[in-house]
Ligand binder design. Sequence first.
Ligand SMILES: Cc1ncc(COP(=O)(O)O)c(C=O)c1O
Length: 419
Amino acid sequence: MSSEPYYGPDYGLLLRQDPEMAEVLLAELERLRGGLQLIASENFASPAVLAALGSVLTDKYAEGYPGRRYYSGCEVVDRAERLAIDRARRLFGAEHVNVQPHSGTSANLAAYAALLRPGDVVLAMALPHGGHLTHGSRVNFSGRWFDVVAYGVRRDTETIDYDEVRDLALRHRPKMIICGATSYPRTIDFAAFRGIADEVGAWLLADVAHTVGLMAGGAVPSAVPYADVVTFTTHKALRGPRGGGIMCTEELAARIDRAVFPFTQGGPLMNAVAAKAVAFGEALRPEFADYTRRVVENARVLADALAAEGMRPVSGGTDNHLALVDLRGIAPSGAVAEQRCADAGITLNRNAIPYDPEPPTVTSGVRVGTPCVTTQGMGTEEMKEIASLVARTVRAPDAVGEVRERVRELATAYPAYPS
Ligand SMILES: Cc1ncc(COP(=O)(O)O)c(C=O)c1O
């Protein structure tokens, strides 16, 4: 018998009982440790976050909210949810926080449900210009159930055209305006959006799924003082478990809570709620502010170094954790560049650039982000080298073998998780 207290996760047990799946877990760890992860929406959750995720809290049904559940035996998980809420409120200065959404998409579904009726007009950023599927795509509930008008970026600056947003708002009188994006490298002017929303009497939803971690560390401006509702994810720059959340004013608290449960979700994933609390706790520490500052600095250096290699960053650079790179004249397409980089152990994603002549499955660009490599401890010198490795791979597929070797050395020098 082991003298260690039992709390749940036990890799040795999984290996004995289900070696096939145990091997999958190890293979993924090896993949992460053997290459460079430049997907802007990914990060490495800390071992403490993983411990909470793999705990017996997954067993508990807790429909409802702390102190008002539809099941008994919730007194312990109530503590987990209260911790998550209190820490998030402290981190962001929000009046009200709901930590139950299973994902960013679930958070947005609940925000729509709280504020709108099917058929209402919504003004949001166009998907091909950096918006998200949940901001009005026809293949998503948002585009099917609401009348979505899209704004984009200017052709010359490739930044949001606030005059266009205002003109569209005055013309279409949306019930809700959405700001926030999935591949937009520049600072979003939340105050300007607030002004436009006030002028037309619309709700303002800020979807900060991508930048909430940077917001937590103070590396980008916060949407909380400006938006009526702020939706977010916890697994990107914030470095928590896969999941979502919603912040809002006290006035909207009850509507948001009812929209999450019982309207769009059932029982919360209490292990994920506990892991969110752990991540918020980590983000409250001063080291996290420093981490977010380094994420942004690394992204800026990476974008500049890619530009020096002839790979043009959309809008000329970045203010956050990601850059969007126009590969026209460098590679046949974003899809080809994505595959060549994958062959060299560099994981990034093809991405449409504004006014892209290619279809979304092909694209003319790729998106790169620095949350993962910064978590690994890499700095500006490594970003310059990564830019040169990406450029060599994208330009000359023959260089893949040599680049793969150097990628492996870099990844080994900065391991993704402790060995
Ligand atoms: C702006 C934005 N909103 C929502 C989401 C959806 O998050 P999830 O994948 O957790 O549903 C994403 C995901 O990338 C996003 O970028």
